[in-house]
Design a protein around this ligand. Structure first.
Ligand SMILES: [Zn+2]
Ligand SMILES: [Zn+2]
Length: 372
């Protein structure tokens, strides 16, 4: 049996780098060799035991790689050696949910999210891709792994927060929390044509990046309640659209209070425990607000669109890749990321350690493009 290196979830608080069986594609599936991947906040929730995943599973859901082996039925569509990304969500394209346009809920609630949730994920040398025809997205020539690494989840999710909020040209938008997803929601608000974008966070360095990504105004919650300033900036009304990108009761409530009557709260947070909407913030239930939630859109067409934005230089997300690690050093990487040390935004992980620093330097990471 051929084996590969992978990061296996061992139960609450523990992961281990182990040798596991290398996957073999069945009909309609593909195996890709992972060249780069990342750590997501969701992975941290899983490892902390806050989201249930079965011990023994390989974690990670943000794959960049090269096609290693193709199962049957994919002839003429892809070739071995082709560079691809795969969305964190892998819809089948054929079930009730997919055919009703709810691709992320493929097969049932949250069912489109399979990598590192219900099947083995991307923190490994190789990854089995289900429904490959709907999910393998070729990387345009000229783009590096670093250029596209945030498309599978972070960019797709953050942008979807702006899309689900149905931001119109000239809208005022407040984005609560400027972590990687919130920063991509800020980019999304800019791309959707918002006039006023207010970025909110408690970390000064994140607000600095928010300004470079399109926020006109940033508010640091350490300086006090951001709501009076949001009201002041919007003639006392509140914003047209508020995006919640943290997943806490406190920020959900703040975002709801920041929305004008008739406005939209677009929630990207993953909440735990009880989520409460205070009656006064909802105008006793008759304030005409909309509350929408979004799970990361996936599938190869979504990935193609996101990579087209990068290829055509509408977006550059490489400034978010602040650190890189070999997959073998996953525990060190997790410790840094989970505790938000050293100004970390996103960590790049490389199964083949030779890749790392040299490629990041070649990609010019560190030089933040003012256009973005
Ligand atoms: Zn994720
Ligand atoms: Zn489906």
């Amino acid at each position: 049996m051929k084996t590969m290196k992978a990061v296996v979830f061992k139960g609450k608080g523990r992961v281990a780098v182990e040798e596991v069986a290398k996957p073999k594609p069945a009909h309609g599936e593909a195996v890709i060799r992972i060249t780069a991947t990342t750590i997501c906040g969701t992975d941290v929730h899983i490892i902390r035991g806050e989201y249930p995943v079965a011990p023994g599973l390989v974690l990670g859901h943000e794959p960049v790689g090269v096609i290693e082996e193709l199962g049957g039925g994919l002839e003429g569509l892809y070739t071995v050696g082709q560079r691809v990304i795969v969305g964190a969500i892998t819809p089948c394209g054929q079930c009730f949910y997919c055919l009703n346009g709810s691709h992320s809920q493929c097969g049932g609630a949250l069912g489109g999210w399979r990598f590192g949730n219900t099947i083995n994920g991307a923190w490994a040398e190789y990854l089995l891709v289900p429904d490959a025809r709907a999910n393998l997205a070729p990387i345009p020539t000229g783009l590096t792994d670093q250029d596209v690494m945030l498309c599978p989840d972070i960019f797709s999710t953050g942008l979807a927060g702006a899309e689900s909020g149905q931001i119109r040209v000239g809208d005022s938008v407040a984005v609560f929390a400027q972590g990687p997803i919130g920063l991509c929601a800020t980019v999304g608000a800019r791309l959707k044509g918002a006039s006023l974008i207010i970025g909110i966070d408690s970390m000064g360095e994140r607000l600095e990046v928010a300004r470079r990504f399109g926020a006109n105004v940033t508010l640091n919650t350490q300086d006090g309640d951001p709501l009076p300033e949001i009201k002041r900036l919007t003639d006392g009304r509140g914003v047209d659209v508020a995006i919640e990108a943290l997943g806490r009761q406190e920020t959900f409530e703040q975002a709801l209070r920041a929305v004008r009557p008739g406005g939209t709260l677009s929630s990207l947070g993953v909440y735990s425990g009880k989520l409460v909407a205070p009656y006064d913030a909802l105008y006793a239930g008759i304030g005409d607000q909309k509350i929408v939630t979004t799970l990361c859109p996936g599938g190869k067409e979504r990935m193609r669109r996101l990579m087209a934005m990068i290829e055509n230089r509408r977006v550059d997300l490489t400034p978010l890749l602040t650190h890189d690690f070999a997959l073998d050093d996953i525990e060190e990487a997790l410790d840094l990321f989970a505790n938000q040390r050293d100004g970390v935004l996103k960590v790049a992980l490389y199964p083949n350690a030779v890749h790392s620093r040299r490629l990041l330097e070649a990609a010019g990471v560190g030089a933040i493009d003012d256009q973005c």
